[in-house]
Design a protein. Structure first.
Length: 145
């Protein structure tokens, strides 16, 4: 399985549709969170979309990188299709995102249960837990050495 990275303008209609469907399936349907999943940031100039497709199939794991006003990068919308979990795909995506981000500070809001996962990639908790759509999240930051 190949990890792919693209700006919004480089996404074809079919790919964009499949990525948005994956995000909706995980966050809105599976997690039961009714919120504006398509938030207007996907097409920002600095946004990068990172995903993995099954061989001969559609995307099964995804994340988005955004440029923040302070120059840091924000990783978000990390999603893996239910049937594809446990294969290390999210880890491959996070590592690819960190390679794309390079030596900049990286931020994310992790679901509280995934704290240890993100700590393996150098992220540290930077604030108190908060509720987002009924799910506990924690802010985390990674500062390159």
């Amino acid at each position: 399985m190949e990890v792919r990275v693209a700006a919004f303008s480089e996404l074809g209609v079919d790919t964009l549709y499949a990525l948005l469907k994956l995000r909706m399936d995980v966050f809105v349907v599976e997690q039961g969170c009714a919120y504006p999943e398509i938030d207007g940031r996907d097409d920002e100039p600095g946004a990068r979309h990172v995903w993995v497709c099954e061989d001969g199939g559609g995307p099964v794991a995804y994340l988005r990188i955004l440029e923040e006003p302070d120059g840091s990068a924000r990783i978000g919308r990390v999603a893996t299709a239910k049937h594809a979990r446990g294969r290390g795909l999210a880890g491959r995506l996070v590592q690819t995102a960190l390679d794309v981000i390079g030596e900049r500070v990286s931020r994310l809001d992790a679901q509280a249960g995934l704290r240890g996962f993100y700590e393996r990639y150098g992220f540290a908790v930077t604030g108190p837990a908060f509720d987002e759509d009924g799910i506990a999240h924690i802010p985390m930051t990674r500062t390159p050495a």
